[in-house]
Design a protein around this ligand. Structure first.
Ligand SMILES: [Zn+2]
Length: 200
C-alpha cells in the first residue's frame, strides 16, 4: 500500500510544485512564516513533509485559509491544530470504532477533519488545484497522516473509512466543489485501483 501511494505521489511531484520555496499568499502570512513553528505546527509540517517529500511549513492562524495554489506552506485554524496535537498525544482515544455516542462522534469527526486537512493541503503542495480531486486524494491519505501521528494501521484505516462514510458524503450538498462521483473504489480518482480496500 505504501509503495503504491509513493508511486502516485511521485507523479504529483512532476506537477509544478513548491519544492520548499515559500511564497506568502497574503502579506500577513510573511510574519507568520518568519516566527518559529510551535509544537503543533511542527507535527503537522513533519507529516506533510513525509507525505509530499517536500519541506513545507505549517502555521496555525485564526484566519486560516485553505490555499488552492502551492505556496510551500499552508495554514490551519488553531482548533484543528489542537485536535491534531490531542490525537498525536493519544491516538487510541479517537478511534471511531469505539464510539457509541454523539459526544465522541463530534470529537472523532473533528479529529478526522484535522487529519484530512493535512493530507488535503499536502496535495495542494504537490501542485494539484482541482478541489474535488485534491479532496479525494486527501481522503485516501488520511490513514497515512493518522499512522504517522501514532495510530495503529487498523485504527488509521478505520478513521479513513469513517471519513469516507460519515463526512465525505456531506460534501455533495454542503461543499459541492469538494465532492465528485468519481471518488470511490475504482473511480477516476482512485489512487490505488489495484486495491479494493477503500479509501485506505
Ligand atoms: Zn483545497
Amino acid at each position: 500500500m505504501r509503495a503504491l501511494l509513493s508511486t502516485a505521489l511521485l507523479a504529483g511531484l512532476l506537477a509544478p510544485a513548491a519544492h520548499g520555496q515559500l511564497r506568502p499568499v497574503r502579506p500577513g502570512d510573511q510574519a507568520l512564516l518568519k516566527r518559529a513553528p510551535t509544537y503543533e505546527e511542527q507535527v503537522a509540517a513533519q507529516v506533510a513533509a513525509r507525505l509530499t517529500r517536500l519541506r513545507p511549513q505549517v502555521r496555525c492562524a485564526p484566519l486560516g485559509i485553505l490555499g488552492t495554489h502551492p505556496a510551500g506552506y499552508f495554514l490551519m485554524v488553531p482548533q484543528m491544530c489542537a485536535d491534531l496535537a490531542a490525537f498525536h498525544k493519544s491516538p487510541a482515544s479517537f478511534d471511531p470504532r469505539a464510539c457509541r455516542d454523539g459526544t465522541c462522534l463530534t470529537t472523532d469527526a473533528a479529529v478526522a477533519m484535522a487529519l484530512a486537512t493535512v493530507s488535503h493541503e499536502s496535495y495542494h503542495l504537490l501542485g494539484y488545484t482541482n478541489e474535488a480531486q485534491v479532496e479525494c486524494y486527501g481522503m485516501q491519505s488520511i490513514w497515512f497522516v493518522a499512522s504517522k501521528l501514532g495510530a495503529s494501521l487498523v485504527e488509521a484505516q478505520a478513521i479513513g473509512k469513517f471519513y469516507a462514510t460519515q463526512i465525505y458524503p456531506l460534501r455533495q450538498t454542503q461543499t459541492p466543489a469538494y465532492w465528485t462521483s468519481e471518488c470511490h473504489d475504482g473511480g477516476r480518482y482512485d489512487l490505488r485501483p489495484q486495491s479494493h480496500s477503500w479509501p485506505s
